[in-house]
Design a protein around this ligand. Structure first.
Ligand code: 1GP
Length: 240
């Protein structure tokens, strides 16, 4: 199976994609079966796994447990090289193009190759753009980079376009996990207008209305994590 091709196809038919983000640091493995049952009853199409500070080995065990319960595509959204595991289907190979920290632009990627070589993960080159969202976020702290100010729309658009021209296959607009403000309509629609490749949006989306807004503004895929961590009744609003 080819995950990128299916994302492209969904983008061309305007099918809305929704990823639940499972952070191994905030998820107890015992509830995997129950959680995935709720995922299956919902409009969720993809499972993302990753976090900014996960202990080595934890992601591997958790992804194996999730794999047992679902046929949905499992995509790694790694905060670090240690989170790479062959139990997943694909890897967001994120380059933090909003920042100027060489480690997160190319350094970690070079480090990861010795591990990647031994996996059959589909690699999804992704331009990852952190946008100011009202408070300090984990991405900002861990990567020691500044987000692009939210009113610098042209800079955000140019950054996304530069990512596309560098050959990245996806652009991910990130407000940060638990962001106070999700990425705005102005930003999503301006970026979407210039991009040929699919657009992922995440950070601070907590209800159905915000989710639908993100699609209407131009997101092909939305990523939600915190809203499920805080209250699993959110699944009830996302029934198929
Ligand atoms: C974070 O974009 C994801 O990297 C999801 O954010 O946890 O705020 O939903 P939330």
């Amino acid at each position: 199976k080819n995950i990128y091709q299916s994302i492209l196809k969904s983008a061309s038919t305007k099918e809305k994609l929704l990823a639940v983000l499972i952070d191994p640091d905030k998820f107890s493995i015992e509830k995997t079966k129950d959680f995935i049952t709720k995922v299956h009853a919902s409009i969720i199409t993809h499972v993302f796994v990753g976090g900014s500070t996960v202990e080595e080995g934890v992601t591997n065990v958790l992804v194996a447990a999730i794999r047992k319960e679902t046929k949905l595509p499992i995509i790694l959204f790694p905060g670090d090289v240690t989170q790479i595991t062959n139990h997943a289907d694909a890897l967001l190979f994120l380059s933090l193009i909003s920042g100027r920290n060489p480690d997160y632009l190319i350094g970690k990627h070079v480090e990861s190759i010795s591990k990647l070589r031994n996996t059959s993960l589909e690699v999804l080159p992704t331009g990852y753009i952190l946008i100011e969202s009202g408070k300090n976020t984990a991405v900002e702290n861990v990567t020691a980079t500044l987000p692009i100010p939210k009113n610098h729309t042209q800079k955000i658009v140019d950054t996304a376009k530069a990512g596309e021209l560098l050959g990245m296959k996806l652009i991910y607009l990130e407000a940060g996990s638990g962001a106070k403000e999700a990425v705005s309509k102005t930003i999503i629609s301006a970026v979407k207008k210039e991009l040929q490749i699919p657009l992922i949006v995440g950070g601070g989306i907590r209800n159905r209305q915000q989710l639908e807004n993100a699609y209407n503004f131009g997101a092909n895929m939305v990523v939600i994590g915190t809203a499920f961590e805080e209250d699993e009744t959110f699944f009830d609003d996302l029934k198929k």
